[in-house]
Design a protein around this ligand. Structure first.
Ligand code: APR
Ligand code: PHB
Length: 389
């Protein structure tokens, strides 16, 4: 089989790229290691920057997101029992959209299937060949048979555990990584959110976050030890601990209920450079990971997709390879800024096991500065709603 762009990975990055390309008449095939149901079973963050939402609209997949998503014009930071609000609208004239990644991925799958775009599920042993030549190809196994796709370009959208990044030789690639000494225990519950905006809470007992999916679906997180197991956290223990980390009035208003999902995620910052090797381009989690504080994961993928999409359009429509040649440099420049913001926000609001009394004072001073200083709030707001592409 032959296609123009072979996309490895049917997560949000790969699906969005395939839809954008389709709109421009550029052919692609998406290879996904799992099934649609499996991909949709993963619960991820749900805050979309303006730039991401715009790409969804450009791909013709924004209708349900616009109808059902919630516009958030600010967020609450709670620290040491007091709260303050950072006003995105005032500082940036814009806002973010709260719309679950599961729903967004479902919309992308539906659009891909409706438009007859090729997705191959359950592929095994995906291998990228000859990425440094003008004739790359990808092989995979399906139902015991080997298949081959010849293409012009390969988009590695296969997440952190995919094969694309490792196709780039160690002599060329450099990885940068920071592992945090805690995780997030997350609970999804069919209860009304405690507040109409997100609450990021810093407390002596550790970090907590109140988020949501819709009027009757809440998403809450608490910082937990890496050694904790989900089975050891009963719903009652979770709600009790969450309340202890929130301001009293918020804790009193919190409506609890049975969890419908409960999981622990470790926190990591990771970037792999370069993001392009010959005709292979890495996008999204395949190239970088952020800790979830600030909800930058999916949003960082958006700029990769944007640069690759425009580079490919330039190549096919204008025979100009400038965009593709500058892809890695441009993508990494924005990735590192999102890495910095989520690293900073993680450091600001979490308790670290080895924190000295001095470190705690620095953290408290950092929060106090943010509470009192309009310029600091503007910097926060600009980063939170998303830096320009
Ligand atoms: N061959 C084909 N598909 C693969 C392979 C492979 N060898 N390895 C992994 N995949 C698939 C995974 O099954 C997954 O569906 O690639 C997909 C990658 O999807 P994600 O991990 O969701 O990564 P991405 O699409 O870049 O999404 C960006 O934003 O909120 C964040 O981390 C969150 O998912 C998130 C991300
Ligand atoms: C979520 O709703 O899951 C969420 C929101 C904001 C974050 C992280 C996760 O910073």
């Amino acid at each position: 089989m032959r296609t123009q762009v072979c996309i490895i990975g049917g997560g949000p990055s790969g699906l969005l790229l395939s839809q954008l390309l389709q709109k421009k008449g550029i052919e692609s095939v998406v290879l996904e290691a799992k099934t649609r149901a499996y991909v949709l079973g993963r619960i991820r963050a749900g805050v979309l920057e303006v730039g991401f939402a715009e790409l969804m609209r450009e791909a013709g997949v924004g209708a349900r997101m616009d109808a059902e998503g919630f516009r958030h014009e600010g967020t609450i930071i709670s620290s040491g029992g007091s709260q303050f609000r950072i006003d995105f609208k005032k500082h940036t004239s814009t806002s973010v959209l709260v719309y679950g990644q599961t729903e967004l991925t479902r919309d992308l799958y539906d659009a891909r299937e409706q438009s007859g775009g090729a997705i191959v599920y359950n592929v095994e042993h995906t291998t990228i060949h000859d990425a440094k030549t003008d004739a790359p190809y990808v092989t995979y196994m399906l139902d015991g048979t080997e298949h081959r796709i010849d293409c012009d370009y390969v988009a590695g959208c296969d997440g952190f555990h995919g094969v694309s990044r490792n196709t780039i030789p160690d002599t060329v690639r450099r990885d940068y990584e920071k592992i945090y000494p805690f995780g997030w225990l997350g609970v999804l519950s069919e209860t009304p959110p405690v507040h109409h905006e997100l609450i990021y809470a810093d407390s002596d007992r550790g970090f907590a976050l109140c988020s949501m999916r819709n009027e009757n679906l809440s998403r809450y997180y608490i910082q937990c030890a890496l050694s904790d197991h989900v089975e050891d956290w009963t719903d009652a223990a979770f709600w009790n601990e969450l309340k202890r980390r929130l301001p009293e009035d918020v804790a009193e208003r919190l409506i609890t209920g049975p969890s419908i999902e409960k999981s622990i995620a470790p926190l990591r910052s990771f970037v792999s450079e370069p993001m392009r090797w010959g005709r292979l381009f890495l996008c999204g989690d395949a190239a970088h990971i952020v800790p979830p504080t600030g909800a930058k994961g999916l949003n960082t993928a958006a700029s990769d997709i944007y640069y690759l999409y425009h580079g490919l359009v330039q190549h096919y429509e204008a025979k100009d390879d400038g965009g593709l040649e500058r892809f890695s440099q441009k993508a990494l420049a924005r990735v590192w800024k999102a890495e910095r913001f989520s690293w900073w926000m993680t450091n600001l609001l979490h308790r670290f096991p080895d924190q000295s009394p001095f470190d705690l004072k620095m953290q408290a001073a950092d929060v106090a500065f943010l509470r009192e200083n309009e310029a600091a709030q503007k910097v926060f707001a600009e980063n939170y709603v998303g830096l320009p592409f």
